[in-house]
Design a protein around this ligand. Structure first.
Ligand code: FES
Length: 129
């Protein structure tokens, strides 16, 4: 993706976040944050009772990158299996945010994915929260 288009896309997700606000009756609510800057992120997940993420949303207070990354991640994760989301790694972040942002803003870039993946690890160990 051309960098100018990527920045426009990131700003759009920041200004018009997708899947924003708490879910009704979430299966689990994840609390994430970056202690260095005080930014917060909550991720709400409702599963289908099995391993499919039926719905997912987020809210919080944070910088452009952390909030846009959360918006993009919820778009990706909705309807996917927990295992598929668990496969996401730095390559995924590099694809959506670009290498420059990954390098200059690593904690901002990773906040949503790390918050979600900490739950995935628990889920795969048989815990739901
Ligand atoms: Fe806090 Fe980006 S400055 S997560």
């Amino acid at each position: 993706m051309i960098e100018e288009d990527r920045m426009k896309m990131i700003m759009d997700h920041y200004e018009n976040p997708r899947n924003f606000g708490p879910l009704e009756h979430p299966t689990v609510t994840l609390r994430g944050g970056n202690p260095n800057c005080g930014d917060t992120l909550n991720i709400y997940i409702r599963t289908d009772g099995g391993n499919v993420i039926e719905d997912i949303s987020f809210d919080g207070e944070g910088c452009t990158i952390s909030q846009a990354a959360a918006s993009l991640l919820t778009e990706f994760a909705k309807g996917k299996t927990v295992e598929r989301v668990g496969e996401l790694d730095s390559d995924y972040l590099r694809d959506i945010l670009g290498k420059d942002i990954m390098v200059t803003r690593p904690k901002c870039s990773r906040l949503a994915l790390e918050t979600l993946k900490s739950w995935v690890r628990n889920f795969e160990r048989g815990k739901t929260a």
